[in-house]
Design a protein around this ligand. Sequence first.
Ligand SMILES: Cc1cc2nc3c(=O)[nH]c(=O)nc-3n(C[C@H](O)[C@H](O)[C@H](O)COP(=O)(O)OP(=O)(O)OC[C@H]3O[C@@H](n4cnc5c(N)ncnc54)[C@H](O)[C@@H]3O)c2cc1C
Length: 392
Amino acid sequence: MSEPFVIDELQEAVLDTVRRFNAEVVAPVAAELDANSDPEAGFSWEIVEKADEVGLRTMTLSEEWGGIGADSVTTAMVIEELGKADIGVSVVMAQTLKLAQILQSALTKQQQDRFIPIFRDDPRGVLAIGITEPETGSNYFIRQDVPFHTKAEKVDGGWRINGMKHFISNGNRANVYLIFAQTEKGRSLYEGSTCFLLDRDTEGFSIGRVHDKMGERLANNSELMFRDCFIPDEDVVGEAGNGFQVLIDFFPASNAYAAASVLGAATAAYEQSLEWCRNRVQGGKPLIEHDGITAQLAEMHMLLDVARTYVRKATWMADNRDLGWDPALSAFPKVFASQAAWKIVTWASELHGGSGYMKETGIEKLLRDIAAFLHSDGVNRTLLLKASRMIF
Ligand SMILES: Cc1cc2nc3c(=O)[nH]c(=O)nc-3n(C[C@H](O)[C@H](O)[C@H](O)COP(=O)(O)OP(=O)(O)OC[C@H]3O[C@@H](n4cnc5c(N)ncnc54)[C@H](O)[C@@H]3O)c2cc1C
């Protein structure tokens, strides 16, 4: 059993790889990709292929499947480190690393044999999960008594899906998906929905609009369209009608991974602010020598430290649930990290004065990027409601 807060040699080696990857592959192109006006063009296959070359893309696969079997603590460290260079790249990889873990834990042996090689053997293989749809967002997180509009009707040998999902990270790029649809008429989505495996090439499945986003532009989000899309019985994950249980059983670290992405970006904002305040002279001395400013930098440091500690705790507990799992850890870490990150990046913008508003310092990009996590992986208020129902 690994310790929650100690970085071991393997973790250090993996993080070194990520730091090199950030410096050589992501940092040189991030601002240029972000500036593309076409929402699809922010995404880079070259980044994914390079992540594959250095073993990052598949690192959560077990050794048997060709990875290193990275645990949740290590995975969150990697996601955080990637977030320091670009939050979109962090999200592309976080979705992939997380869902690769779930393919191994939630799928039957036959399902693994069929779907894991599709993902593993393609250097461009990334993964996506489709839950949200135009009419059903927070409802899923807080167990409201409404069904999905995306319906799967039972037919001979499988299910016929009709409907759509939207906002899906990697939606237009993935080659394997987990899709949630309503399979029991009149039941709520947490009682009558089902989780399906989907191969990108399935007939009746297509990609809709790629959303134009304020930030996080190196990741794509898209609609997924289903028109009489047939999925065989063998591709149901878990029990038909019990899709919600798949999320409860196999996604304990998901919220902390989201927290790690935004934490990485907030760390970049803090480090850049520290550097700026050491060099920028006003009132006859560097900004950092002004008490109000140095206290604010200290507060940024503290918020990052607490958010990181929370992510470590949640990911370690996710891998050691037999030692006592607190379900609120599937809601709180992202709320705390994104609120802290939002404070940090708005302070960072202010500390940079007028330059904080100009594209040239990169703080403006961080501000747009960090805003994504006030909304994604559950709106913060929604997650607080989810947690409150678990606690009270
Ligand atoms: C960048 C990004 C990436 C995403 N990636 C994915 C993905 O990969 N897969 C996926 O399935 N989804 C994804 N989403 C969708 C995301 O999870 C949803 O947008 C989010 O859950 C909110 O749902 P909604 O947009 O329908 O908002 P709504 O549910 O309409 O919420 C609107 C507001 O109402 C509040 N609210 C809702 N219900 C209640 C209530 N009962 N009581 C009080 N307040 C309430 C919410 O907190 C929020 O403030 C992504 C979203 C973004 C922005």
